[in-house]
Write a protein that binds this ligand. Structure first.
Ligand code: PRP
Ligand code: URA
Ligand code: MG
Length: 222
């Protein structure tokens, strides 16, 4: 996990060959929906494991069949809310919750409109009460213009003040990170990699394409 020099509290996993190998398969245009979803689940699991290294722990007594010794309890792992941003975060959340198995889960829908406005349509919001001891993890694989996550954070912050707000994603563009940090400076970000830029349609370059469509197929309008 490396903190990027450009922003405070923004980390990538470019130092982890295993996470980079999963990302390479996700980027590959030949990867179909089944391995794509499996890759997102794997990333969620390993990124959650890495995230536990940043959580508060305490020493606890434990009795083995032979004697009393000292063990560890990750206190913060008991106080997690995962916000799943439809659609593409569904498999990422499935991975995160394997490690953060005590998590309460909120679901929000967010659909980004076309360039140049990229208006966010948010029709469905089901979020649990957020408590002061909670770490709120917002799962969304793609952080492009940042509009989606700014809107999600504005919304989620209405449900109570958390100890930490943490975005977990796969790829982020520098433009999106800067906009999110400007609007919500308290937010930490953990992404597999930070890519170069956005194209004129708001897609991340080199990126992996449309994460929702690659995981679930392109929707049609009827
Ligand atoms: O940072 P932004 O510019 O706001 O873009 C990022 C958003 O775009 C994608 O969602 P999309 O609207 O395509 O919905 P989907 O997951 O249903 O495909 C992605 O999953 C993010 O939520
Ligand atoms: O590159 C991008 C940008 C937004 N949403 C995606 O799924 N991919
Ligand atoms: Mg999409």
């Amino acid at each position: 996990m490396i903190e990027d020099r450009r922003w405070k509290g923004v980390y990538s996993f470019e130092d982890s060959p295993f996470i980079m190998e999963i990302l390479t398969e996700l980027r590959d245009e030949r990867t179909g929906p089944i391995p794509f979803r499996k890759g997102l689940v794997k990333l969620g699991r390993y990124m959650a494991y890495e995230l536990t290294k940043t959580m508060e722990t305490e020493k606890v007594p434990v009795r083995t069949p032979l004697e009393e010794t000292e063990g560890v309890l990750i206190k913060d792992r008991r106080n997690v809310v995962i916000i799943t941003v439809l659609r593409a975060a569904i498999p990422l959340m499935e991975g995160l919750i394997k490690v953060l198995d005590h998590a309460r889960v909120g679901i929000v829908s967010a659909s980004r409109g076309k360039a140049p406005k990229f208006e966010i349509e948010m029709k469905y919001v089901k979020v649990p009460q957020v408590k002061p001891e909670d770490t709120v993890i917002i799962a969304d694989p793609m952080i492009a213009t940042g509009s989606t996550l700014i809107r999600v954070l504005d919304e989620v912050k209405k449900y109570g003040k958390a100890k930490r707000y943490v975005i977990v994603g796969v790829l982020a563009a520098p433009e999106g990170i800067s906009r999110i940090k400007e609007a919500h400076p308290d937010v930490e970000m953990f992404v597999a990699a930070i890519d170069r830029e956005l194209n004129e349609k708001g897609y991340i370059l080199p990126g992996l394409g449309d994460a929702g469509d690659r995981a679930f197929g392109a929707p049609i309008r009827v």
